[in-house]
Each structure stands twice: as C-alpha cells, then as structure tokens.
Design a protein around this ligand. Structure first.
Ligand code: NAP
Ligand code: GLV
Length: 321
C-alpha cells in the first residue's frame, strides 16, 4: 500500500478506486492547496493525482521523494506537469484522453453560436431590464451555414467540433496540425493549410491544440490582423495560446466580430482584464469537460493510471514515454 495525494475533491468513483489499494489523502478545500501545503502533503507519496491548475514541477517531485511512481492529471491537457523532470526521475505521467472530447466539443460549438449571435449583450439587456421592444437593428449576429471553419489543432476535440459543424451547418473545414491527417481530409472533405491561410479564409476559428512552447501566444496581433472582420474566434484549449491584450485590442477596434473563451490567462481572469468588460467577448469559467459523465470517467482513468504506476506497470493512459 502506497500513499496518494489528490489535490482536489474529484468524483468518488476515482477516490474509492484508489482507496481499495492505497492510503489516500484528499485536499478538502474549494481552492487549490497553497504551494507550501502541496509540498508538505506530497511528502512520501507514491502517487499524486493533480488538477490542471496545479503546477507539478521538479520541486514537487523532489518533495514527494523516492517513493514517487506516478503523477495522474485529472485532465487531458498536461502542460501543468514538467514531463521531462518526471521522466528524469522515472516517474510516469498520465492524462484522461477521449472521455471529455464530446463534452468539450459541445462547449466550443456553444461558444461559437453564443459569441456569433451576441448572447452576452442580449442576456445583459434582459437582466438589466433594458428590453423594451423588438429591435430591428440590435444584436445582429453571424450565420454559419455553408461558411468556413478553421480548426487550429485537429486532434480528438478539433475533429469532434469539425464533425458537428460540417455535418450540421455544412461548413467547409480548414485545419492546422504538425502532421497531415488523410483520414480527416477524407471524412470531412477538409484541407490542412498554413495558419495564415486558415486565419484569412475562416469565418469561425476554433482553437484545439495543446499548450506547448510552439503554441504559446500563437494568436497575437499579426494573426488577428489576418482574420475577417466578421470572424468569430473561440478558444477551449488553453488561455496562453492567445495573446489576450492583442485580442482585447482587436475586439475594441472591431477587427474581428466576437470571441468566446472557455480558458483564459490567468484563471480566473484578472478583474481588470479588458476582456471581462468587452461585450463582444463571452467568457466561461473553464467548463469544457464539466459533465457528470466526463468527470466520472476522468476520475476512473486517473485512478487507474496511478494504480498501474504504483504497482510498477505502465499507465494505461500515459504520456511522454
Ligand atoms: P489531441 O487529440 O492531442 O489534439 C491536439 C491536436 O493538436 C493534435 O492532433 C496535434 O496534431 C495538434 N497540434 C499539436 N501541436 C500543434 C501545433 N503547434 N499547431 C497545430 N496543431 C498542433 O488533444 P485533445 O484531446 O483534442 O485536447 C486538445 C487540448 O484541449 C488539450 O491539450 C487541452 O489543453 C484542451 N482541453 C480543454 C478542455 C476544457 O475544459 N476547455 C477540455 C479538454 C481539453 P499534430 O500532432 O499533428 O500537430
Ligand atoms: C481540460 O482543460 C483538460 O485539459 O482536460
């Protein structure tokens, strides 16, 4: 039996699964454990089950010590974990791919529709008791049928979004990725293009790449400049992929129509960030995978990852090996 630290309450299915094998300590707070608490609580642990906002670096791994065998992220993105530091210590790292694909794709589609059809200002209008008449000239949004969709990062979630919009709204699909995807090209009549071309041709741009050194600030002033003035930009990947100051500027100068963000930098977004007060920017508090189904599956997968790693087996959902 090893010691496992879980950095936040997760669905009980995952906790109970781990408790059947190991001594489990769950951080009970609504907020993340402070850094010094995290350093203390991981001491002597064989496994850490982390949340995407916990930075799990070499200092945390060293604080855990020699017993540490695995770090299981309760997320598919694992940019919060220093995978090379883990590898150097022979510690396995795992994530939860696939089970949150549909949930996250649905949120991306929701944001495209909501941002493109002015849900933010329209809801505000009702809430503030400003709705007086049927207004012929207000809240005029975009239509999507037959338009062009640009997917940045054609992986599981990018593909699920493209399927929904190609199948439902008959959208033409363009995408970027490091590798060609012949199956995607065939299934969705999609074309892999350079980022500049995707930005200049797309009516909707949806971001689904992981956060890496290559994708940090991928969308800045120059890229926003290339987009169409009626384009809608949606990000359900990681906030750091967009230069937020550049996005705020582009929206205030009406260089693009609207943005929908499920992720920001930092999270939560700073109170003074201009995007918080920008009517054309709709922001959700990182709820892409927030369905009961997805979160239960994520908890089970993270538990399975740790159980395997602690018993010296490869994680079923390991990364960076
Ligand atoms: P995935 O299947 O690995 O897809 C990511 C795709 O991005 C890959 O197919 C990859 O293709 C492509 N990619 C990598 N680097 C790229 C680059 N520099 N430029 C363009 N494309 C690049 O991952 P997923 O399951 O779809 O998840 C994607 C991301 O969504 C996660 O990493 C996470 O950050 C985020 N996410 C957010 C939520 C939320 O709650 N909002 C929920 C789930 C996931 P190539 O290898 O061919 O480049
Ligand atoms: C959520 O953001 C995830 O990466 O699973």
């Amino acid at each position: 039996m090893g010691k496992v630290f879980i950095t936040r309450r997760i669905p009980s299915i995952g906790i109970e699964r781990l408790q059947a094998h190991h001594q489990v300590d769950v951080w009970p707070g609504e907020d993340p454990p402070p850094r010094e608490v995290l350093l203390d609580r991981v001491r002597g642990c064989s496994g850490i089950l982390s949340i995407l906002s916990d930075p799990i670096d070499s200092q945390i791994m060293d604080a855990a010590g020699e017993a540490l065998r695995g770090i299981a992220n309760f997320a598919v993105g694992y940019n919060n974990i220093d995978v090379s530091a883990a590898k150097a210590r022979s510690v396995q790292v795992g994530n939860t791919p696939g089970v949150l694909t549909n949930a996250t794709a649905d949120i991306a589609v929701g944001l495209i529709l909501a941002a493109g059809r002015c849900f933010g200002p329209a809801i505000h209008n009702v809430e503030k008791l400003q709705w007086r008449n049927w207004e012929p000239m207000r809240f005029l949004g975009q239509e999507f049928e037959g338009k062009t969709l640009g997917i940045i990062g054609m992986g599981r979630i990018g593909m699920a979004v493209a399927k929904r919009l190609h199948g439902g709204w008959d959208m033409r699909v363009l995408y970027t990725s490091r590798q060609p995807k012949p199956q995607v090209d065939q299934q969705l009549a999609a074309s892999r293009v350079e980022l500049g071309e995707l930005l200049s041709q797309s009516d909707v741009v949806s971001i689904h790449c992981p956060l890496t050194a290559e994708t940090r600030n991928l969308i800045g002033t120059d890229q926003l400049q290339r987009m169409k003035p009626h384009a809608v930009l949606v990000n359900t990947a990681r906030g750091e992929v967009i230069d937020q100051a550049a996005l705020a500027q582009a929206l205030s100068e009406r260089r693009i129509f609207a943005a929908g963000l499920d992720v920001t930098t930092p999270e939560p977004i700073a109170p003074g960030d201009p995007l918080r007060h920008c009517p054309q920017c709709l922001i959700l508090p990182h709820i892409g995978s927030a369905t009961e189904h997805a979160r239960n599956q994520m908890a089970s997968m993270a538990a399975e990852n740790l159980i395997a790693a602690i018993s010296g087996k490869p994680m079923p959902f390991g990364v960076g090996l």
